[in-house]
Design a protein around this ligand. Structure first.
Ligand SMILES: Cc1ncc(COP(=O)(O)O)c(C=O)c1O
Length: 381
């Protein structure tokens, strides 16, 4: 079906932060498949884990125990103190979180729907529940009626959030940094304020770390920058190195599902779970969390040099956007691709860079130098 607007390139191979197209042309990947291939394309440890597990056992269903899923739940518990539900995508992790919130809130007042506050510009996925949480009316309108019970408030505005709170609010759902909206970093006191309001009103704080999690922003999870912890957290994208996997995590107090409440045939299958264990090993072994923090500062500096006319260069770790005062992003992405650098344009005046966390410094330097040349050759520069 014609749902994707694709660029005219067919990629056939990837290695680390490099991609190669069908003609053998080399590209530096500053997008990582939309924050997915964080440990690089076809990392040998991930490839070996997948191959070994695929040769041993690929699927038996969640009617039985399997070692990779059990180990993964245990590793994620060590990192977060939370229990995991495994699924297959970001949207599914959000669906799980939404059901969990409804289950946790209970059915105290029959006929009333416990409210979930989400944010304008926020992006949580395209399934009916996650789309209803997504604060982008243009994406929602063709699919009305949506799932009821969502209120959207301006992002980063703690006062607006306070004004929307009430006894019927079961949860506040936020991205710690809005990704698809163009890498919007909220004020430092925003997450602490959201945590405080959730505690005050007896609601759950649900963080969508699907794009920001697993080292992307220079900490294991972006909430660590704020000093507060969520009750529920969603992960996906980079978790299994490129294989589909989503995780909904919850504290003991929030993990309200009863037997049979939720399920997924493929969720936590042995192969993606083995890949995810290898991804966690690579992140730890290669120091990728710290690397993301250090290289992120370098990336912002290089971006300021490449685009001196930019309105703003912003982001945390290796999640960086450049905003312009005109809708030049689409043309810039196209010209960059021709010049061998992969980026994307979350908004008409914003380009975004989410490179693999393993990218070499010289590759980052080369990519930004190329982007600067491309920009200077554009009529709008
Ligand atoms: C913050 C956030 N939440 C949810 C999603 C949806 O994930 P998926 O495309 O795997 O359903 C995305 C995807 O871009 C995202 O960035």
């Amino acid at each position: 079906m014609e749902t994707y607007k694709r660029r005219p390139v067919e990629f056939v191979e990837g290695r680390g932060a490099l991609l190669f197209d069908a003609d053998g042309k080399r590209y530096i990947d500053l997008l990582a498949g939309l924050a997915v291939t964080s440990v690089g394309h076809s990392h040998p440890m991930v490839v070996d884990a997948i191959a070994e597990q695929a040769g041993l056992l690929m699927h038996v269903s969640n009617l039985f125990y399997t070692r990779p899923a059990a180990e993964l739940a245990s590793r994620l518990h060590e990192l977060t103190g939370m229990k995991s539900f495994f699924c297959n995508s970001g949207a599914e992790a959000i669906e799980c979180a939404l059901k969990l919130v409804r289950r946790w809130a209970g059915t105290a007042t029959p006929g009333s729907v416990p409210r979930i506050i989400a944010t304008e510009g926020g992006f949580h996925g395209r399934t009916m529940g996650s789309l209803s949480a997504t604060g982008q009316p243009a994406k929602q309108a063709p699919f009305a009626p949506l799932v009821p019970g969502f209120t959207h408030v301006p992002y980063g505005d703690a006062e607006a959030l306070r004004a929307a709170m009430g006894p019927d609010v079961a949860a506040v759902l936020l991205e710690p940094i809005q990704g698809e909206a163009g890498v919007i970093v909220p004020p430092d006191d925003y997450l602490p304020a959201a945590r405080g309001l959730c505690d005050e009103f007896g609601a759950l704080l649900v963080l969508d770390e699907i794009q920001t999690g697993l080292g992307r922003t220079g900490t294991w999870f972006a909430y660590e920058h704020s000093g507060v912890r969520p009750d529920v957290m969603c992960l996906a994208k980079g978790v299994a190195g490129g294989l589909p996997m989503g995780v909904c995590l919850a504290t003991d107090g929030a993990a309200a599902f009863q037997l049979g409440d939720h399920a997924s045939t493929f969720g936590g299958g042995p192969v993606p779970a083995a890949a995810a264990l290898a991804v966690l090993d690579v992140i730890a072994k290669e120091g990728l969390v710290e690397r993301s923090a250090t290289l992120g500062e370098r990336l912002k500096e290089l971006a300021r040099t490449a685009f001196p006319e930019a309105v703003e260069v912003r982001g945390r770790g290796l999640m960086v956007a450049v905003e312009f005062d005109a809708p030049v992003a689409g043309d810039l992405v196209g010209a960059a691709l021709e010049a061998g650098v992969v980026i994307n344009d979350p908004a008409p005046n914003v380009i975004r860079m989410l490179p693999p966390l393993v990218i070499a410094e010289r590759e980052l330097d080369e990519a930004l130098s190329t982007l600067g040349e491309v920009w200077r050759s554009m009529p709008s520069a």
